[in-house]
Design a protein around this ligand. Sequence first.
Ligand SMILES: [Zn+2]
Ligand SMILES: [Zn+2]
Length: 268
Amino acid sequence: MTVQACPRRRDGQSCAPINEVVVGAGPGAAPESYAACSCGRRFPLPHAARRRLGEAVAGCRAVPPATAEPAAARALDSLLERVAWPAGRASRLSRQGVVPVGTPVLHRPTEPVTVISSGLVRFALHMVSVMRSAGGVGLAANQAGAPVRVLAHDLGRVVPQMLINPRMIRSHGTWTYGEGCLSLRVEGAAADVVRPKVVTVVATLLDGRVLAVRADEVLARVLQHELDHLEGIAYVQRLADAERAAVYALIERAGGDLRSLPPRPYGS
Ligand SMILES: [Zn+2]
Ligand SMILES: [Zn+2]
């Protein structure tokens, strides 16, 4: 047997089951559990991890379907239609179709979703399309104009791309990794950010099932960057000292409003 170096791991190591996933049963969908490499290759999930993540799934309330909350579904759909940032809208500081830093919706915490409406599903597809055409690996709903707790990411081979009401319940370790942002297109503003290496996140999927993932490395990083957006925080707010000063100087020179980016040190 030969072991291939994993194409998605920067250190050139072999495929490794670094992400652990449990998805609860749902309407018309069976439960799942697996471990996965960052590239998506799957492995059996050890029993202890299945039990631990299964408990997290059981403790997380699934977002109900539109049929259970028709009035809330109508209200959500009308909100999303009103606030969605047009896919063709260009701005100086962001990628096309993405809300730029300095826009209020990007600097306030988003609201939990109370129902999976048809408009929410449409909005999710829109988010994925904006993320792809902008060349990003993640997008938060407020980057597409909507103050709702939904994120998209591009590691769909590991866990489904859209997470509704994602919530971090555990984290540990530290890992330094380079981040940039579709809402902050400033030459030189990409920077190394120190964050927890491993995070456990629970969320509802578009099909109504509850997911718990213990994410490591790249997936953990993408989730934390987007979870920060959903709290109104941009990655540059996590920088410190000289790096922060250098990046903020570039943002200011590019015409960015630094008042919307107060420092938020790691852990706050
Ligand atoms: Zn791999
Ligand atoms: Zn971002």
